[in-house]
Design a protein around this ligand. Structure first.
Ligand code: FE2
Ligand code: FE2
Length: 472
């Protein structure tokens, strides 16, 4: 097992010191990264000491160590899951061949594009969340935010390592561009639209970490299947970190839902705004927005790019080896939605071109499980409300339903009708202002803002009222 060397300037488990050229190139990129963190990372966090986990090895058990760390002194590094002996390519036209340890020349530009697209989302999310610390609902939550931020920074390192180590000069240029594009920038925005929207309140943050980090889980799971072994190994380790981000999302929304349900029961009304809670129907609107923009992240329902990535062996399906078929998809069909008359119906398309749609379905199912758990919390508190994922056609900006208008239940409607109802279905300016008005900073040990229930337990065996962040 490759343990992580923290005596190096760049902690790593890839024997970086054996490759002086690569080491020097990455050491040149490192100050640019730190400058970016200073400028675009969490606002006013440089004096904080935070109870953070740091990777100490890459084995599933005990990979992390928890310590109080000064934020800018966090040790970002390069950690890949261990190499599997005799790993084979599991799908596409190279199925059965040995995985690649170097970039196959004929797939170079496709691979680079996959890595750049994934890499770009990592610093984007840090930028989107940079002001949130100023309105944290508790020290526990502030720690969660910073933990996620440092790990997204590390995910950028993961992708930049691949670019530097395997793509030469254009890889280094792409790595520089990662710090030049910024979320929401007019001239140089981040690549994917959902990563250009600022995360301005903590309900949005919890929704983001539930829905958007879960998109990350499904993308990384597909990349973990890759025939390019270094990409597979780095994605596998990123997934272990990603699991925590989704935990923050699910429990975060769950705690808001719990508090809202309590207040609804107590005052016998869903309109709990006067009592300083976020009404459940408002939470539904946040969900409609975040879920729909995340569905777009999976791309077109049928896509020749996705088909090519699959056939080439670069990006597989979710849990590829557990699927019972020939993993080449030459003759298989898959259902994709389309609008026929007044109804969304399922049509058949070649499974090979419907790879994105399949992943989107897997994602939706995974989201639904979380929503079911939130609904149980509402029922247990004795409130009467059900949260529902909107239809796949609702509020879409990519694919079949782009430019069309639907209700959250999937009924096609006119643009006029959509516009007239928009504020009933998605956060209005007034809703956003209201939620922001609740975002008062709480930094007293163990105290929670009024709109969110406390977590059921603390971090890594600590109490909920542990001083997770020393503000100084
Ligand atoms: Fe990430
Ligand atoms: Fe994440």
């Amino acid at each position: 097992m490759s343990s992580i060397d923290y005596s190096e300037k760049i902690p790593n488990n890839v024997n970086l010191s054996d490759d002086r050229r690569l080491q020097r190139a990455l050491e040149k990129w490192q100050p640019a990264f730190l400058n970016w963190w200073g400028d675009m990372g969490p606002e006013a966090s440089s004096d904080h000491e935070v109870y953070l986990r740091t990777a100490v090895d890459v084995s599933p058990k005990g990979w992390a160590q928890f310590d109080m760390v000064r934020m800018p002194e966090y040790r970002w590094g390069i950690f890949l899951a261990d190499r599997e002996v005799d790993r084979k390519i599991n799908f596409g036209i190279h199925k059965g061949e040995d995985v690649w340890q170097e970039v196959p020349g004929e797939y170079r530009s496709e691979l680079r594009r996959l890595i750049v697209t994934q890499g770009d989302t990592e610093p984007a999310s840090v930028e989107q969340q940079r002001l949130l610390g100023l309105s944290c609902p508790s020290l526990y939550d502030l720690r969660s935010l910073f933990q996620i931020n440092v790990e997204e920074g590390r995910h950028l390192w993961a992708m930049v390592y691949l670019l530097h180590a395997y793509f030469g000069r254009d890889g280094r240029e792409e790595a520089e561009e990662m710090l030049v594009r910024h979320s929401g920038d007019e001239d140089k925005p981040r690549i994917l639209e959902a990563f250009n929207v600022p995360t301005e309140d903590w309900l949005s943050f919890f929704m983001f970490t539930f829905f958007q980090d879960r998109d990350g889980k499904f993308q990384l799971s597909s990349l973990a299947e890759s025939g390019f072994d270094p990409l597979s190994r780095t994605s596998r380790f990123m997934l272990t970190e990603e699991a925590h981000h989704m935990f923050v999302g699910e429990t975060g929304v769950g705690r808001v839902v719990e508090r809202s349900a309590q207040l609804s029961k107590q005052h016998d009304t869903l309109d709990i705004a006067p009592y300083g809670g976020i009404p459940l129907p408002m939470i539904q609107k946040w969900m409609n927005f975040h879920f729909s923009i995340c569905l777009d992240l999976f791309g077109q329902e049928t896509s020749t790019n996705a088909a090519n990535f699959y056939s080439m062996g670069l990006k597989g399906r979710y849990l590829e080896t557990k699927i019972d078929d020939d993993h080449a998809l030459g003759n298989d069909m898959f259902h994709v939605p389309e609008l026929r008359g007044d109804n969304v119906v399922m049509a058949e398309a070649p499974a090979l071109t419907a790879i994105n749609e399949r992943l989107r379905n897997d994602y939706r199912e995974d989201c639904q499980r979380g929503v079911d758990r939130w609904n149980k919390i509402i029922a247990k508190a004795g409130a009467d409300y059900t949260l529902t994922l909107p239809h796949n056609a609702f509020h879409r900006n990519i694919g079949t339903f782009q430019g069309m208008h639907f209700t959250p239940q999937g009924k096609p409607i006119s643009k006029e009708e959509f516009d007239a109802n928009r504020a009933n279905w998605m956060p209005s300016e007034a809703d956003r202002e209201f939620v922001k008005s609740l975002m008062v900073r709480v930094t007293e040990r163990g105290k929670m803002a009024n709109w969110v229930a406390p977590p059921s337990r603390g971090v890594h065996g600590q109490d909920v009222d542990y001083e997770y962040v020393k503000l100084h």
